[in-house]
Design a protein around this ligand. Structure first.
Ligand SMILES: Cc1cc2nc3c(=O)[nH]c(=O)nc-3n(C[C@H](O)[C@H](O)[C@H](O)COP(=O)(O)O)c2cc1C
Length: 318
């Protein structure tokens, strides 16, 4: 059964994506994820300047997932444009691998570039640098500290989100996806501001603020003290967010605690058009993409549904 999905101007061979921040910097590594069955890959958050991130420890395993504070470490926009150009994304087509060069556009790995910034200018300048590349579109990580309002994140200011998206919309026709977390402001309000300003979809959710303390040393484990919780623990929260987005007519990509096909189907029943997977591959388990896609295929057949489209939002009938 065909698992392809089409939403927000994006067409994918199946509804699974690599979530941002997990393996998403080098082309070769992202290609391994694509070859393992993902429908698309989302890059790690890229910023204007390279960022070293926090010193270790930056990630700690907890019962239900991870708590991480990486500090948005990334090589910066210039490096990333160079990386994608080396693999043909500046030529309208992409190479299958460095050794196996091909100009067959069907080989192209769909890349969504995740951007992080703290001002309109930063986001707009990065989109201008990337827009000639044959990438699918942009996902905006709005969980960056707000420059003017200390303690808040960019995504906590719907008015700033709106201005950022209008600024980006003015310089690109590619899809724009706003990635939202549980911030200080109702997520639905931010989502609506994003869509009304020209975003095509939202991703829900980013990690949830969390902390781990070592009882022997009595110290916070992460060097940044506070980090973001991902994995199984946040799934019910993410399902609720996706459900609310769908009900409000916001096209949504679900993310948070997907480890198998049941989790993915649950997100689709809530209204997700596609799903992103992060923590589940934390231990290097790339087969999760194949497991999820095979499971969705069998589920559709068992339920007598003809396409993914028919699955999306079914829970809203009840
Ligand atoms: C180690 C790690 C690094 C992450 N880095 C980013 C990032 O750079 N940008 C971003 O938007 N989200 C980042 N995330 C959040 C994930 O993309 C995802 O939203 C979150 O982990 C929930 O999904 P999961 O439960 O499947 O991991 C990161 C998550 C983890 C665990």
């Amino acid at each position: 059964m065909d698992l392809s999905v089409e939403f927000a101007g994006i067409r994918l061979r199946n509804p699974t994506m690599l979530a941002s921040g997990i393996l998403g910097i080098s082309y070769e590594v992202m290609k391994r994820v694509y070859d393992a069955g993902a429908g698309a890959v989302v890059s790690k958050s890229i910023s204007v300047e390279p960022r070293e991130g926090y010193r270790g420890p930056i990630i700690v395993k907890v019962d239900s997932g991870y708590v991480n504070a990486v500090g948005l470490a990334n090589p910066g926009i210039d490096h990333f444009v160079h990386e994608l150009s080396m693999y043909g994304y500046d030529k309208g087509y992409a190479y299958a691998t460095q050794d196996n060069r091909s100009n067959n556009s069907d080989d192209r790995m769909p890349i969504i570039v995740n951007l992080v910034g703290s001002s309109i200018d930063e986001f707009v300048s990065m989109v201008k640098r990337l827009d000639h590349l044959s990438i699918v579109g942009y996902e905006l990580n709005l969980s960056c500290p707000h420059v003017e309002r200390v303690g808040l994140e960019v995504g906590d200011d719907p008015e700033l989100v709106s201005r950022i998206i209008k600024g980006i919309r003015a310089v690109t026709s590619k899809p724009i996806i706003a990635k939202l977390g549980l911030g200080a402001v109702d997520m639905l309000e931010v989502a609506k501001a994003a869509i009304d300003s020209g975003a095509d979809a939202v991703t829900a959710i980013n990690t949830v603020r969390a902390m781990v303390i070592d009882v022997e040393t009595c110290m916070p484990v992460l060097s940044n003290k506070v980090g973001g919780l991902s994995g199984r623990a946040i799934k019910p929260i993410a399902i609720r967010c996706v459900y609310e987005m769908y009900r409000a007519g916001v096209p949504v990509i679900g993310c948070g605690g997907i480890y198998d096909w049941r989790d993915a189907v649950e997100f689709m029943l809530a209204g997700a058009y596609a799903v992103q997977i992060g923590s589940a591959i934390g231990d290097g388990w790339l087969d999760v993409f194949r497991e999820v896609n095979d499971g969705i295929r069998e589920y559709l057949a068992k339920k007598g549904l003809k396409s993914i489209r028919e699955l999306i939002g079914i829970a809203h009938r009840y």
